[in-house]
Design a protein. Structure first.
Length: 256
């Protein structure tokens, strides 16, 4: 019997939190291949947002709005997200792509920078996630796409603080997804491995690395399949399953 469920990638209105993210831009581009999207970009750099507007317009978006907001400005999150929803006429898909990589390694040399990373990646991103989820619940529909990371699946000495921040956001997103199902709101958590972007430029790529376009294809496929979690590339799902169950002494011996 044919299903008549509406695809989770359906809907012309997309809000991007972290509006200058290369991965988010690729996701919108992939969505545009299915149907043109109207987009609200929310980010902290107005000049970079203006450049993203040009890219998305050239990519086929008939309407692109921009809103200036910093992840640190918690007091403004609810107001600006409300403005983005209102001016766009609601939202069908919200892409949360806020984050920074920060210092690599274990105990951070720069404590202030480590705390700043936690504030952006977990507190700031978490605030944006909660306010967006509340707006979607109020309208009774919509999907949240949350860019997490395989780094949050098990603590690794190579990126302790970043992994901790992504682990916290990932748990929050998964829990909200379970809590909001009855309200018509869906959550898709995307767990990429190493992605070749501005943020990772100059770093040695990890095995099974990918590009923003590859992450975007996995994301939209996950939307179509009504998945709650996807890995990019998909084979990382099985690798990380094995990593999670490695005995700790053996895990500690791996190059991280």
């Amino acid at each position: 019997m044919m299903s008549h469920r509406k695809p989770r990638s359906a809907g012309k209105r997309v809000v991007v939190l972290g509006g200058t993210s290369e991965i988010a831009r690729a996701i919108v581009g992939e969505l545009n291949l299915l149907e043109p999207r109207e987009v609200a970009l929310v980010g902290r750099d107005p000049d970079a947002l203006a450049l993203e507007t040009v890219y998305l317009t050239e990519d086929g978006c008939p309407r692109v709005l921009t809103f200036e907001l910093d992840a640190h400005d918690l007091d403004r999150h609810e107001k600006v997200i409300g403005e983005a929803f209102d001016e766009l006429g609601g939202a069908d898909i919200v892409v949360l792509a806020v984050g920074m990589l920060g210092e690599r390694g274990g105990l951070p040399e720069d404590t202030a920078a480590a705390l700043d990373l936690l504030h952006v990646n977990l507190v700031g991103a978490g605030s944006l996630l909660i306010h967006s989820a509340r707006r979607l619940r109020e309208q009774g529909s919509g999907t949240l796409v949350v860019l997490s990371s395989v780094a949050g699946e098990r603590a690794r000495a190579a990126n302790v603080v970043y992994g901790a921040s992504k682990a916290g956001l990932d748990v929050l997103a998964q829990g909200l997804g379970d809590a909001l199902r009855a309200d018509g709101v869906r959550v898709l958590v995307v767990r990429p491995g190493f992605v070749h972007t501005r943020m990772t430029r100059g770093l040695d790529p990890a095995p099974l690395s990918s590009t923003p376009s590859e992450v975007a294809r996995v994301t939209v496929d996950g939307l179509e399949r009504r998945s709650h979690t996807v890995w990019a590339p998909p084979t990382l799902r099985w690798l990380m399953l094995a990593v999670r169950f490695l005995p700790r002494p053996l895990f500690q011996r791996l190059k991280q």
